[in-house]
Design a protein around this ligand. Structure first.
Ligand SMILES: Cc1ncc(C[n+]2csc(CCOP(=O)(O)OP(=O)(O)O)c2C)c(N)n1
Length: 272
C-alpha cells in the first residue's frame, strides 16, 4: 500500500515541522500514531471531503488527546480546517490547542487531554448510533500508558456487555509513556489476553504497516457481536533517530540542530 505509506510519511514530516514551529510539544506519541491515523482517515473511514458534520460519517475519537498535531495535519488535508492554521498550533491566542478541542476545531469529535475517557465516549457514540439506526463505525485511539486508567476497563466491560460491534479501538502500543516504559510504570502484559478476557475480539499488528491496519479493520468488521481492539505495535518517536523508543521524547523542545537532524531522518537522507 505504497500510496498510504507515502501519505503517512508526508504527514509525519508535517507533524514534526508543526510541533517544532510551535516551540515544542508531544513528539513521541504523535510520531508513533501516524500510520494508524492516516489509514483510518484516508482509506478506512467513511468521510466526506470538506463536510466534517456529515451525519453518516464514521466517528474518530482521539482518546490520547496530546497527539493533536498529526490529526490537525490530516484535518487540513480533508478540508476541515485551513492549513494556514497549523502555524497557530499551541500559540497564545491561536486556534489550534495542542490537546484536541471539538469546540475550536472542526472535525474533532471529542475534546480530550485527560486520559482514559475517550473509550467511554466511544461506547456512548456507538450505542447512540445503533439506537439511531446509523450504521457508522466508531473508532478510538488510545495510548498504552492510557490503559493505566481504570475507566478504560469499565468501558471495556460496557462495550462487550452491550455487544458494541461497531466500536473498533486501537491501542498505540509504543511501550513508553510519559516517564518510563509501560512495563516499568504499570505492567500491561499479557495485554491481548486481558482484552480477550473482557470479551473483545483482539488482534495484534505492526502499527506502522498500513496494509496490516487495513486488514485488521476488515477482520474486526467481520467479528460481529463484540467490540474489537487492535493492538498496534509501534515505535515512540518513529522516524526521528534520536527520539525513537525514548520516553523522554514523550514531549519536549528541540534545538535547531536537532530539527535539522530530524528532517534529514524523515527525508531518509540521514548522515548517521
Ligand atoms: C488522567 C490523566 N492523567 C495523567 C495525564 C498526564 N499524561 C499526559 S500524557 C501521559 C502518558 C500517556 O502515555 P501513553 O498513553 O502511552 O501515550 P503515548 O505514548 O501514546 O503518547 C500522561 C501520564 C493525563 N493527560 N491525564
Amino acid at each position: 500500500m505504497v500510496r498510504l505509506q507515502n501519505k503517512a510519511q508526508e504527514i509525519r514530516r508535517k507533524t514534526f515541522e508543526a510541533i517544532y514551529n510551535a516551540g515544542g510539544g508531544h513528539y513521541g506519541g504523535s510520531l508513533s500514531a501516524i500510520e494508524i491515523l492516516t489509514a483510518l482517515h484516508f482509506d478506512i473511514m467513511k468521510l466526506k471531503q470538506g463536510e466534517p458534520e456529515w451525519p453518516e460519517r464514521d466517528r474518530f475519537i482521539l482518546a490520547k488527546g496530546h497527539a493533536g498535531p498529526p490529526l490537525y495535519v490530516i484535518l487540513s488535508k480533508l478540508g476541515y480546517i485551513d492549513p494556514a492554521r497549523l502555524a497557530e498550533l499551541d500559540q497564545d491566542g491561536g486556534s489550534l490547542p495542542k490537546h484536541v478541542d471539538r469546540l475550536k476545531v472542526q472535525g474533532i469529535e471529542y475534546s480530550s487531554g485527560p486520559l482514559g475517557q475517550g473509550i467511554s465516549v466511544a461506547c456512548g457514540m456507538a450505542s447512540a448510533a445503533r439506537l439511531d439506526q446509523n450504521n457508522c463505525y466508531v473508532y478510538v485511539l488510545m495510548g498504552d500508558g492510557e490503559l493505566d486508567e481504570g475507566q478504560v476497563w469499565e468501558a471495556a466491560m460496557t462495550a462487550s456487555h452491550y455487544r458494541l460491534d461497531h466500536l473498533i479501538a486501537f491501542v498505540d502500543r509504543n511501550r513508553n509513556q510519559i516517564d518510563g516504559t509501560t512495563e516499568d510504570i504499570m505492567a500491561l502484559e499479557p495485554l491481548a489476553d486481558k482484552w480477550s478476557a473482557f470479551g473483545w475480539h483482539v488482534q495484534t499488528i505492526d502499527g506502522h504497516d498500513t496494509e496490516a491496519i487495513l486488514s485488521a479493520v476488515a477482520a474486526a468488521k467481520k467479528a460481529t457481536g463484540k467490540p474489537s481492539v487492535i493492538i498496534a505495535n509501534t515505535v515512540k518517536g518513529k522516524g526521528v533517530s534520536f527520539m525513537e523508543n525514548e520516553y523522554k521524547w514523550h514531549s519536549g523542545q528541540i534545538t535547531p540542530e536537532q530539527y535539522t537532524q530530524g528532517v534529514a531522518d524523515l527525508e531518509g537522507v540521514s548522515k548517521q
